[in-house]
Every structure is written in C-alpha cells, then in structure tokens.
Write a protein that binds this ligand. Structure first.
Ligand code: PLP
Length: 661
C-alpha cells in the first residue's frame, strides 16, 4: 500500500538571504587562536541541554532508569575514572595532530572548520540519525536531499524538484566514493539500452527511433539513455500489473546489474568492455573505482595534459581511435581543481567533444571531478543562481579567473555528473563528500530493494522517492549528522558569490599574493638558487619549483626540494611548536606538462631539458585555504613570513661555497 507523501519538514529554500557582511567572516570559524571559543561553547552547551530536554519530554511519565544515587557507587566511579583516563590520553595524543586551523598550515586540502557546520554536526550527533532511509532519519534524510539540490544549483543544474529533469545529489564518505557512484551510474545508463534491445522490450513498445544493434544501443549516450528509460517507464505504466511485472522481469534478466560484466559481455560479444578516459593527473580513486567495479585498471586510459590541464587534442585523438577500433567509452573525466596542482580542465571542451562524438555514433558520459574545486563555483554564481560574467568574477582579482577557467565553470551545468567534497573547500568535518547527477531520472537504474528497510512502493514525487536514500547510494548506514552539517552550512552561507563565495575569494586573493611574493623570493635567493612558480595557478593551490644555482640535473633539484620539505612535513616525533610552517610536495611530470611547458620550466630553473623528459621533478605544493593568511587585524602576512622562512632555509641549505658547480 502506498503511504501518503509526508509534507516537507524543512523550511523552503527559495528565500534570498541578505548578503554576508564583511564582519560576519569573523564569526565563521573557531579561529586560529580559538578566538570564537565562547560562541562555540555556548552553542554546544545550549543544544546539548536542548537534546536532554527532548529525551525527557518523549515520555515524561517514564521515571529515570539510572538511579540518582548511581554516581555514588564505587563501580560507577571506577568506570568514570577509567573513561576519563582514556579520554585524557586521547586528548593528549591528539595534541600531535596537524594544526589545520593555523595560517601556518599550507600543506594539504584541509583548514579550519566552518562553525555552522561543526555546530550542526555536534548538535545532531546525540540524535544519531542514520541517513540510509527516513525510518532511521526522518529529518536529516530530507536535509541531505536538499543539500544535493543546493549543490546542483551551484553547478547550474536544474534544481526544481517539480521538473522531471531535476538534478539529484547525495552525500558520500568522500570524493572517492562519489567517483565510484559516477562510474556505477554511467555504467548502468550505458548498458540499459542494450538490455532493452536484448529483452525485445523495444519491439513491444510504441515505435520510436530506438537503436537496433548492440553497438548503437551501447552508444546511445547519457541523454538518449535517460529518454529511453523515461519512455519505458511511461509504457510500463500503461500495462496491467501482471504484464508489467513480466516485462520488468524480462528486462531484469538482461541487465548488466543482474548478469555481471562477464555474462553481459559474453552475451554481447561485439561489445568490448568500455574505457574511462581521464587526465594523467586524475586522482587515484579512478583507478580504485575501475578495479572495484570489475572493469579493471586496464580500462582507465590516461590522457596527456598540456600545462597541467587536460589536452583536448589528445582527448580527441583518443576518442577518434576508440571510434575507429569500436572501443566503447564509458565516460570522459574532467578535473576541476587537480589534486596536485589545483588546475582546471577545459570542461567546456570535454562537453563539446561529447556532442561531436555522439553525432558520429560514439556516446559516453562526462563526469567532472570537482572534489577539490567544486565550491569555487560559488564565485561564479549570483544569488538568483545565474552565471556571472568573467568581468564580474574578475573584479578585485589580479588575474583570476583566466578565460579558460571561466569557460570551464560556465560549462559545469552540461556535465552529466559531478563530485564535490564539502569536507575540502566546504570547510566541513571529514566524512562529507557529494555526488550530483544532472538528471535524477537516471537513478532509477541504481535502485535496490530491501523489504526490511523500504517497505511497499514509495509515494509519488521527488522527495518521497529520495527519502529512501539507501536504495540509490553505494553505501548503507551513514551519518545523518554530516548531512545536517552540510545543509545548515549551505543555509547559513548560501552558495553564491555574496555569501559562501567570500571564503574562496579570500583564498584566491591569497594565492595571487603568494604567486606575486614568489617572484620576490626568486630574486632574493638568485645567488644560490633558481625558483619559479612553474605554471600560473588556476585557483588557490600554488606550486613552487626550486633548483640549486648552477645545477642542471633534475634529480639533484628533487633531492634539494625533498630536503627543504623535511622542515615542512608533518613529523609526529617532534613537538609541533618547533614547526614554523607546514607545506606539501608533488612532482612535475612530463606527461602533464607538454613539450612547450617543459622547455619553459627547464629554462626558468636552468635544468637540462633532455633530462627533464625522463625525470619527475619534486616541487613544493601549497594549498591556500586558511582565511587568515593575510591577517589584516595585526598587519601580518603569513605568506611573507613563509617566504622569509623559506629564504632562510634555502640559504642555510645552500651556502654560497657549497652550491652545486
Ligand atoms: C580531484 C580529487 N578527486 C577525488 C579525491 C578523493 O577525495 P576523498 O579523499 O574525499 O575521498 C580527491 C582528494 O584529494 C581529489 O583531489
């Protein structure tokens, strides 16, 4: 029996909040010094008490089960002592943690946590909602679905649940699992038309422009497959219940999800296992994902880059070859903010290639891995969700955004799906990644039944469907508190340039200031070393290459940067306070640079270009997330201080007499 759709328990999302004032930024974080301790303490205490009242008010007639005198019992006291002992030990050992909150931390993709999210998560934890379904999380499941719509709007997807092509997003434990979900959905969409053909369902449905062989069915593309799915569902609705069941079972028997890859491809010997095309610097979760789905890492084809950005010519020749060799393509991945360099792939070019290849009979999906850079999209959005022009976005910046970067962000709405991590540039606690797909109808192909969780048919409507979240997501039980954190943070800081956008604005300004200061550093150490920012940063991640003066060998340059990094890396064996700054390293790869860039960098650093072709050069990598890198209150630039520190270290490691010949 159908249950009636419950009315929404959350306030609407459509009211436009007033833009955030400059002073409000100081209330956003606990702060490098714990400046907002009183605010956080008040919030935590207030809502903990509130939670206790909620317990008491459930059935006030039930007396306390734990006696008032219980705390006087020696066993109780012994237990409390044991617990305190362990908690003190934990608290003491956590003092060795990485100080992400400090503007002296410019290493990996982590920083301070946004108070609205942190407080919401702490508030929700004792309620322990499980976002697998509304049965276990009547409030936070809806929050998760709404958070997905908030993200969809930020990317330019349709975010109106009344529209049949509305987007859908859900949270994951992180970007890795969001990328798995992208693969899973793309595979389901790719194989579904083949199953329709094999089960002869297409013959039974009303005549249409349906594919008539396996190759064209496998290459119907995202939009074609979603349209076919919608037609099929509409046709099913016209059938009597028994007949509907019969056709559903018939189709099920041919679906890849039922047969598995081995049997599916055995039944369709003309179809090779599809490939995923991703840029060479793509995150290693792509390799993991292909292994996990049984497609195999061999199906991950890494496309060369130029200047650390996906090379569209190389992508085109890979696609041409796939078409020539009848090699199906599952998806092309563009990265919005690469893990190592923060660079932005030409999403616009990738979606254009998808359209051109679809016209030639090679259909595939486009996924944008914006785990890192996704929230930068707030800089590109007005409060009404419309896109800002490049000139509007550029106001106040020295060079951000490059025209190609603006074009990439403008094209996000045409991607088929996107990964974004609230636990990275969303400044929220770990355990919050997100997957967003452009057209929610596709998720019907992922649906999993479990009678003990999802009893009966869902009520009609978008929200009723996704109250059964567990049917569609790769994970099972998940933290509803994390969903509360994401939703509340987005409500307090709406995802447009006047609200949340003010945070990435600070970090991009810091990156511009960093790149400028790096030029002075390069002049300051010119007598002992050559240094340069190897490629213009697209966002807020800036690298720095350093080579001892006179050295031509990339291996020597790498060894030197590793030595410098010794001072910058996390070292649990040393007291934290002895560390001046935290930074990270990565390598310059020839397959990510392209020949022109390679020659340019070799010239800047004085390295032998012939050797640079084989050797990966180690460089410093800086993630500039902290909003207080430029501390206007005290007139301190931690960027200046970092470069002063670096200058001193370079000089200490390379005294003039010992520099490389
Ligand atoms: C581009 C990109 N994709 C995916 C991931 C994986 O995200 P997570 O570590 O949250 O699983 C990362 C992590 O750094 C990333 O930078």
């Amino acid at each position: 029996m159908r249950r009636p759709a419950p009315a929404s328990i959350l306030p609407g999302m459509d009211q436009t909040p007033t833009p955030l004032g400059r002073g409000a930024l100081d209330a956003c974080f606990l702060g490098p010094y714990g400046e907002n301790d009183a605010l956080l303490e008040r919030l935590v205490t207030e809502f903990l008490r509130d939670h206790v009242y909620w317990r008491r008010n459930f059935h006030p007639e039930d007396p306390p089960a734990i006696p008032t005198r219980a705390s006087q019992h020696p066993d109780y006291q012994a237990f409390e002592a044991r617990m305190r002992h362990e908690l003190h030990a934990l608290s003491a050992s956590l003092k060795k943690s990485v100080p992400f909150h400090s503007p002296r931390y410019i290493g990996h993709m982590a920083s301070d946590l946004l108070l609205p999210g942190l407080a919401a998560q702490m508030l929700a934890l004792p309620y322990n909602p499980n976002n697998v379904s509304e049965d276990a999380a009547p409030v936070t499941v809806e929050m998760e679905v709404k958070a997905g719509l908030q993200l969809a709007r930020m990317f330019g997807f349709v975010d109106d649940p009344a529209r049949e092509d509305c987007a859908f997003g859900h949270l994951t434990s992180g970007g890795t699992v969001a990328n798995y979900q992208a693969l899973r959905l793309a595979l389901a969409l790719k194989a579904f038309p083949v199953a329709m053909l094999a089960s002869r369902t297409l013959d039974a449905m009303a005549p249409g422009e349906w594919p008539d062989d396996d190759w064209s069915a496998f290459n119907l593309g995202h939009d074609g497959a979603v349209a076919l799915l919608a037609e099929w569902q509409a046709w099913l609705a016209t059938l009597a219940p028994e007949e509907r069941k019969r056709w559903q079972a018939r189709l099920q028997g041919e679906r890849l999800e039922q047969l598995g890859l081995v049997e599916f491809h055995a039944r369709h010997p003309d179809l090779a296992v599809p490939k995923v095309l991703a840029p060479v610097t793509a995150h290693y979760s792509w390799s993991k994902g292909l292994k996990l789905l049984g497609l195999g890492r061999a199906q991950l084809e890494l496309v060369p880059e130029r200047g650390m950005r996906l090379d569209l010519d190389a992508l085109q020749s890979a696609l041409d070859r796939c078409l020539r060799e009848r090699q199906p393509v599952l998806m092309a991945v563009a990265v919005l903010g690469t893990t190592e360099y923060g660079t932005v792939d030409p999403v616009d070019g990738v979606v254009a290639a998808r359209a051109a290849m679809q016209a030639r009979g090679l259909g595939f999906g486009v996924h944008v891995d914006a785990a890192w850079g996704g929230y930068l999209a707030t800089l590109f959005r007005n409060q009404d969700g419309s896109l800002r022009t490049r000139d509007e976005v550029a106001s106040g910046f020295a060079s951000f955004p490059a025209p190609e970067v603006h074009a990439a962000f403008a094209a996000l709405g045409q991607a088929d799906s996107i990964t974004v991590d609230p636990h990275k540039l969303g400044y929220l606690p770990y355990g919050a990644g997100a997957f967003v797909c452009r057209d929610h109808r596709a998720t019907a192909l992922l649906s999993e039944q479990a009678d003990y969780v999802f009893d009966g048919e869902a009520a009609p409507g978008y929200m009723a469907r996704y109250r059964r979240l567990g049917q569609f997501i790769p994970e099972g039980s998940r933290s509803g508190a994390a969903a509360a954190a994401v939703y509340v943070m987005h409500k307090v800081l709406p995802l447009d340039h006047l609200n949340f956008g003010q945070l990435p604005r600070q970090t991009v300004l810091a990156a511009e200031s960093f790149a400028k200061r790096a030029r002075r550093f390069s002049a300051d150490v010119a007598d002992v070393a050559r240094a340069c920012v190897p490629f213009a940063p697209d966002s807020n991640l800036v690298c720095l290459a350093i080579n001892p003066a006179g050295n031509r060998d990339p291996a020597v340059a790498s060894a030197f940067v590793r030595k410098l990094h010794e001072e910058l890396r996390c070292d649990p064996g040393r007291p934290l306070q002895l560390k001046e700054f935290f930074g990270s390293i990565t390598t310059l790869r020839h397959d990510a640079m392209g020949a022109d860039e390679l020659a340019h960098i070799a010239a800047c650093l004085g390295l032998d270009p012939a050797l640079l072709g084989d050797e990966r050069v180690v460089i410093l990598r800086h993630t500039l997330m902290n909003p207080y890198l430029l501390d206007t209150e005290n007139g301190i630039s931690y960027i200046d201080r970092y470069f002063d520190f670096l200058t001193a270290r370079v000089r200490a490691l390379l005294p003039l007499a010992e520099r490389a010949a």
